[in-house]
Structures are given as C-alpha cells and as structure tokens.
Design a protein around this ligand. Structure first.
Ligand code: TXA
Ligand code: MG
Length: 317
C-alpha cells in the first residue's frame, strides 16, 4: 500500500463508495459521513439494523465541534489525553448530522484513530468517515484485511491493507453527552485511566444511556456455539463433550492436556494485550475447525482483562 492507494480510497469515499481501512483497534468499513446515500449503502452491506448508530472518524479533535452541538469539558479532557487513540466519545449531535449516522438518536459517536493509514486516509478525504467495524452485523470483527475480504468480497469498493491491527478489540466508548460520563463499552483503554483524567468516577450505563448495539447480549459471535468455562471446570467439560462424541474446539491459556481426533486446541497468549490482539483471528480460526462447540477458558478477573471478557461473554450470548 502507498500514497496512491490512499488518494484512490479518498476519491472512492468522495464518490459515495465504501472503503475498508485499518485502525489500531479493528478494521473499519468507511463511508462519507455527510452522504446519506453512502451511509445507507454501508448499512445494507453490513446488514446492520438502521436504528444502530455508527462512529464518525475524524482527522483531529478540532473537528469535534463540527459534529457535536457542544463540546463539554469532559470531552475536551479525554480528547486531549487519549486522541488519537482507541477511544470513542458520545456527544450531543450537531443539527446537520445525518439520522443515518446517529440511528435517529440525539447523539453522535466520534473517534480520532491513531493508525497511520487511517490518519492518512482522513487527511486525504478531509471530512468525517462513518465506519462501523468491517464485519457483518453481530459477527466477529476483522483484524486483518483478509478477514474483511472474506466477509464482504466484491460488495465493497476498496480495502486498504496494512496487515494486522495492534489492539485487536474495538475502542472504549464513553458517553459524555450528559452531566455524568458513563462507560458504554470497555476496551484496551481502561475505565480507571479515564477516571484519572476526568477526576471523577464513571457511571455504569443507565437506562437513559444511548443505545449501543456493541452492548447487545449476543454480538461479536462466531457461527459455532461458544461457551465460556472457568479454568477449573474446563477439563470436566471437555471430557463430557468428547465422551458424547462431540467435536470440540478450545481456546485456553494452558497447553493441550490430552490428544484426541475430536479436539482442536489453541493456546492463547497469557498477557491480556496479546490475547486481545489475537482474539478475533483465533475465534475465526476455531470457527472454521468444523466443531460442534468452542470452549473458551474464562480469563482472569483483573481489570486488564475486562474488555476481552466482555467480548467473550457476548460471543457466548
Ligand atoms: O474500535 C472501534 O470502535 C471500531 C473502529 C472501526 O473504529 N469501530 C466499531 O464500530 O467498533 P461498531 O459500529 O462496530 O461499534 C460502534 C459502537 C456501537 O455499539 C454503536 O452503537 C456505538 O458505537 N455508537 C456509535 N454512535 C453512537 C451514538 N451516537 N450513541 C451511542 N452509541 C453509539
Ligand atoms: Mg462492530
């Protein structure tokens, strides 16, 4: 990939086309956020229900005031501390923002990504790029260009390929649209780091919080049924399934305890950040192993595992 690809991708966005691009979290599927027809096509290709808002990606934090009605102090502080980076802020929307982008809600999600290719694309394009994760609705996010191609084939116009994403799981989402900032989706950037910058505790999302489909009970899911199992119960669960002649795929922190033709075993990295980096690629791989079930060893309970455990819970439904 070179500057010519970036220029071509920006031109496709300007014409209302769909471009997949890498961010430091996961690949996004982008459309011109100011073009309702382009965003409509984005929803259709993603098979995403229209009431579910998408994040608008920006080249810099100064553009926040174009998309948000007001930029509260909390938003300024968080943008200054963490942008460009894996953080999405939910703000009251400016009047001109498309219903297609906001899902008809009064808020808009904004993020300035750190990935150099995303930044180059945003600079070349100039405007806001509406981009959900580059996967069909409810499915595993894409952390490599080949996952995007598998997912969408010729339904999209261009894929900017920059290899694997560093973080591997989606951005942390913080709602700053009302007086009390709330954590809507955990990510690599921890709640505690956000609280330190804000100087106040984050609320859990209340019933008045904006809807986030990433917080639906079933999301980020492989096609094979997935079960999250405590480490201490993994052996028994495995024996039970193998004895009843099931084919089992396992994602564990430990090494293979027994050999069986019915067993596919993947040992994941023991550091949370490395585990997250590999998570979706690992689940895609296990999903292709034609097993009856995917067993995942539940990660430790400490804060750095919160986002990974959240994604695994949703994958389990
Ligand atoms: O890391 C990420 O956030 C990636 C990369 C591509 O930026 N994007 C991503 O997009 O994960 P998506 O659409 O898969 O998830 C975005 C989440 C959804 O749960 C959506 O509901 C929420 O952000 N969201 C977007 N705009 C919102 C709004 N105005 N109010 C509430 N939630 C919003
Ligand atoms: Mg998504």
């Amino acid at each position: 990939m070179n500057q010519e690809d970036i220029v071509q991708a920006a031109a496709i966005l300007k014409r209302g086309g769909l471009v997949a691009f890498p961010t430091e979290t996961v690949y996004g599927l982008g459309a011109d956020a100011a073009n309702p027809a382009a965003v409509k096509r984005l929803y259709a290709v993603k098979q995403r229900p229209v009431a579910h808002p998408v994040i608008v990606h920006l080249g810099d934090a100064l553009q926040m005031s174009h998309w948000a009605q007001t930029v509260p102090t909390a938003a300024r502080k968080l943008a200054a501390a963490f942008w460009p980076g894996p953080l999405t802020l939910i703000l009251q929307r400016a009047a001109h923002v498309n219903d297609a982008v906001t899902g008809g809600q009064g808020t808009v999600g904004l993020r300035v990504p750190a990935h150099p290719v995303a930044r180059a694309l945003l600079t070349a394009f100039g405007g806001g790029i509406a981009a959900p994760s580059a996967n069909r609705f409810g499915r595993l996010s894409a952390t490599a260009a080949e996952h995007v191609r598998e997912e969408f084939g010729a339904d999209i116009d261009f894929v900017l390929d920059a290899g694997r994403c560093d973080v591997g799981i989606e951005s942390t989402i913080v709602d700053v649209s009302s007086g009390q900032p709330a954590l809507l989706r955990p990510g690599q950037l921890l709640g505690s780091e956000i609280e330190r910058v804000l100087g106040m505790p984050l609320a859990a999302p209340g019933i008045t919080a904006p809807r986030t489909p990433g917080t639906l009970a079933v999301h980020y899911a492989p096609a094979t049924p997935l079960k999250l199992v405590p480490a201490t119960a993994l052996g028994d669960e495995l024996t039970k399934l193998l004895n009843s002649d099931r084919r089992v795929a396992v994602l564990a922190l430990d090494i293979l305890p027994l050999k069986s033709a019915q067993l596919v075993w993947l040992t994941a990295p023991v550091a949370a950040a490395d585990y997250a980096h590999d998570l979706y690629a690992n689940l895609r791989w296990l999903d292709r192993a034609c097993c009856d079930v995917i067993l995942v060893e539940r990660p430790p309970a400490s804060p750095e595992w919160t986002a990974v455990t959240d994604r695994l819970r949703r994958a389990a439904g």
